[in-house]
Ligand binder design. Sequence first.
Ligand code: FES
Length: 137
Amino acid sequence: MAEEKTQGSGTATVDPPGENTVQVTFLPEGKTVQFEHGKLPYKDHGKEESLLDVALNHGIRLDHACGGNCACTTCHIWVKEGAENLSEMDDDEADRLDMAADLQLNSRLGCQAVINKPGKVVVEIPAWNRNYVSEEH
Ligand code: FES
């Protein structure tokens, strides 16, 4: 079945979430971003299509003191939903997370947790991270 879009302006294409769409919600702000899996421009922070990469691509502040190299814990986030759409935690990430404050069962490092399939993910940025003033560049 063909789907036609005829819009007067001719510029906007509003696609409903497709089968290859990734949707990430960042709490507590509640900001939801959406993109096509595998098509996110890489911002050179953390692993490609990591939650840090997603955040930085969409202007969401997530601290990343070590530049996404699994050498700090400032990108610590809690995964509330959609953990099954993320890469498995490797030993380096697990070892690093052991040093994180407020460690929970759903803790991940934003720079290491990679979206590995389309779907919905909801993460929360801990308060101490939100309040941290980070560089904007
Ligand atoms: S930015 Fe340092 S571990 Fe993720």
